[in-house]
Ligand binder design. Structure first.
Ligand SMILES: C[S@@+](CC[C@H](N)C(=O)[O-])C[C@H]1O[C@@H](n2cnc3c(N)ncnc32)[C@H](O)[C@@H]1O
Length: 211
């Protein structure tokens, strides 16, 4: 891996500065099909509150806000650069209080228990310091029967590009499915997608346990 690729891996984990802003624009284009696949797994209904973990450049936030369902949307991301980028991009939605943003990590989701009908995250799993802790946090903030969707690139894709040697942890669908089942999620399954930029990718989903 050359120095530029190592820099890119660091930026993907923590977009910062001008390089981060440029990357966020590219992510919005390159990750569109992963975002679409994740969104389709949520089966959202009108007015349901949705949380996105690690919104990056905001492509998925945009898709959620554009749905004709008047969804209250919350996004969290630990990157100050991503926060400023998305705050500028979605000023009108923030002003009409349809969109709330927090600088935070998935390991400690701000806010009360059982407040979201759906939690979705795309291309952030690799960076979680403790996957079970994040999944417990998702279970905590989901309403009974709420949906969780986690989209991620395959181990083969990450290893082929040596990203696993530079800050990316790879997960396989059976491992993630098992973790969700252990936490009481039902209807756990993984759907597969493919795109030019990301090769084969997965979206593992589950339904939070009823009350
Ligand atoms: C590769 S980008 C993906 C952005 C967007 N979801 C997409 O797919 O285009 C990863 C994003 O996850 C954020 N991130 C990194 N670690 C995180 C964590 N522990 N919890 C939540 N978000 C995290 C980064 O700041 C960055 O915005």
């Amino acid at each position: 891996m050359n120095r530029f690729q190592i820099y890119l891996c660091r930026q993907l984990k923590n977009p910062s500065g001008w390089g981060g802003r440029l990357l966020l624009r590219l992510l919005n284009r390159d990750n569109a099909s992963m975002n679409q696949l994740a969104l389709a797994q949520l089966a959202l209904r009108p007015g349901q509150p949705v949380l996105e973990l690690g919104f990056g450049g905001g492509d998925l936030l945009q898709r959620l806000l554009e749905m004709p369902l008047s969804l209250p949307v919350t996004g969290i991301d630990p990157s100050a650069t991503a926060m400023t980028f998305v705050q500028r991009r979605f000023r009108p939605a923030i002003a009409r209080q349809q969109l709330q943003l927090h600088t935070a990590s998935a390991e400690a989701i701000p806010g009360a228990d059982h407040q979201f009908a759906a939690v979705v995250t795309v291309n952030t799993l690799y960076f979680w310091s403790d996957a079970d802790r994040v999944l417990r946090e998702c279970a905590r903030v989901l309403q009974p029967g709420g949906r969780l969707a986690i989209a991620y690139a395959s181990r083969a894709f990450l290893e082929q590009r040596q990203m696993t040697e530079h800050g990316f942890t790879a997960y396989d669908p059976p491992d993630l499915e098992h973790r969700l089942q252990t936490l009481g999620f039902t209807a756990v399954q993984t759907v597969t997608g493919e795109s030019a930029g990301n090769g084969q990718f997965f979206c593992t989903c589950g339904t939070a346990a009823p009350a």
